[in-house]
Design a protein around this ligand. Structure first.
Ligand code: GLA
Length: 384
């Protein structure tokens, strides 16, 4: 992919002199779903599919940008002071220029290997990658946690997506062959070696065209805020729902709404599961890790209700196979990807079987990816 991006850069901008190359990974969340915005623990990994950039300053106030993913839009040019949104990929660039106060023009070509709508964080990958590249070509540096926080602001304040910090954090701070256990309230984290021994992490994409994802996501966030308000109106003063670690029944009795009760149950239990999963991963207890993944899915399916028939079909098809230690949806849900932990020797056969089950029920095929766990955003070299 880098080769393609590099060649496109020289074709569009005459030569590639002084240009620099950057890569920002995507991410897969192992466990800790829909609790980053509730101040909980999450355990994601950065992965080796992501976004590539070739970029240089152009001694003007113009941005000239081209994406290999949107070739029909061609080369897009605009002034760095132009903040008007045009409902296209370059709006993100305008958000980055605004939040990071970029005051120089640049030429950039972008190419990504994260499938569109897969829920593997192509937008965090794009945003953190471009912001890091711009800061680097301006001969400045930025703390990686600060980079993640500012990229979240681009999503929240400029793009109108009320996401939590998990995706931006992991693509900035990720480390090869490690998951991170991140406390999303205090932004404290630790690396845990991601070693599944004879097992592999399989990622399966539902290939569902996602619609309404943002509005349903925002609805869950709002429900969380309602629950927090109910508890605090009853004399508590919690900052986050994930501050609650025990006595779940005592709090449940204060919530007089069946849907909110279910949401609360997921949030509290998922946070505890994530801590248990981190312990299991540290102890290389892959069997326990797998069980926790499956419990997480059931909670997201039944209590948080963010899965849908496509993800449920994939996950239950995996779980019906021998040698599957656990499976769950990953990311925001409503489509996107599922993950499963399988004996390495069974992968080829399992993919064929699950593909058929899914195709028969849903009407189209899923895709499968085997990824490596990668470092966070970084500058890379291009060698012809
Ligand atoms: C999306 C958001 C994250 C997180 C997950 C669900 O990926 O961007 O902040 O909330 O959904 O865990």
């Amino acid at each position: 992919m880098l080769k393609l991006v590099y060649e496109e850069f020289s074709r569009l901008f005459g030569n590639e002199k002084d240009s620099r190359c950057f890569f920002c990974p995507g991410r897969v969340n192992i466990i800790g779903e829909h609790i980053d915005y509730n101040g909980g623990y999450v355990m994601p990994c950065a992965i080796d599919i992501g976004t590539y950039f070739v970029i240089r300053k152009n001694d003007s106030s113009q941005v000239r940008a081209y994406s290999l993913q949107f070739p029909k839009l061609g080369l897009i040019s605009f002034d760095i002071n132009d903040k008007t949104k045009q409902k296209q990929w370059t709006d993100f660039i305008k958000g980055i220029i605004s939040i990071f106060k970029i005051d120089f023009g640049f030429d950039v070509v972008v190419g990504g290997t994260i499938p569109h709508s897969s829920g593997l964080s192509s937008s965090a990958s794009f945003c953190a990658g471009l912001a890091y590249a711009l800061i680097s070509i301006d001969n400045k540096t930025i703390d990686r946690i600060e980079l993640a926080k500012q990229c979240r602001r681009v999503e929240n304040e400029f793009m109108g997506v009320n996401c939590g910090i998990m995706d931006q954090f992991i693509v900035c701070v990720g480390k090869k062959d490690s998951a991170i256990l991140l406390n999303c309230d205090r932004l404290e984290y630790e690396y845990i070696p991601f070693d599944l021994k004879d097992y592999a992490l399989l990622i399966a994409n539902t290939n569902k065209i996602r619609q309404l994802t943002d509005s349903k996501y925002n609805q869950r966030k709002q429900e969380s805020e309602e629950i927090l308000a109910i508890l605090n109106n009853n004399g508590y003063s919690f900052e986050n729902l994930c501050d609650i670690r025990d006595d779940m029944d005592k709090y449940l009795s204060l919530i007089d709404n069946e849907i909110l009760k279910k949401r609360f149950r997921h949030i509290v239990s998922e946070n505890l599961r994530t801590l248990k999963a981190a312990k299991a991963l540290k102890e290389k207890d892959i069997i326990t890790l797998g069980k926790l993944l499956t419990e997480s899915h059931l909670s997201l399916e039944n209590d948080y209700e963010v899965t849908g028939v496509e993800l449920d079909t994939l996950v239950h098809a995996f779980l019906n196979e021998d040698d599957c230690l656990g499976a769950r949806m990953t990311g925001a849900g409503f489509g996107g990807c599922a993950i499963a932990i399988f004996k390495k020797s069974r992968l080829v056969e399992v993919k064929e079987k699950v593909k058929k089950i899914y195709q028969d029920k849903i009407g189209y095929e899923p895709s499968f990816y085997e990824v490596s766990i990668s470092d966070g955003v970084k500058e890379i070299e291009y060698h012809e």
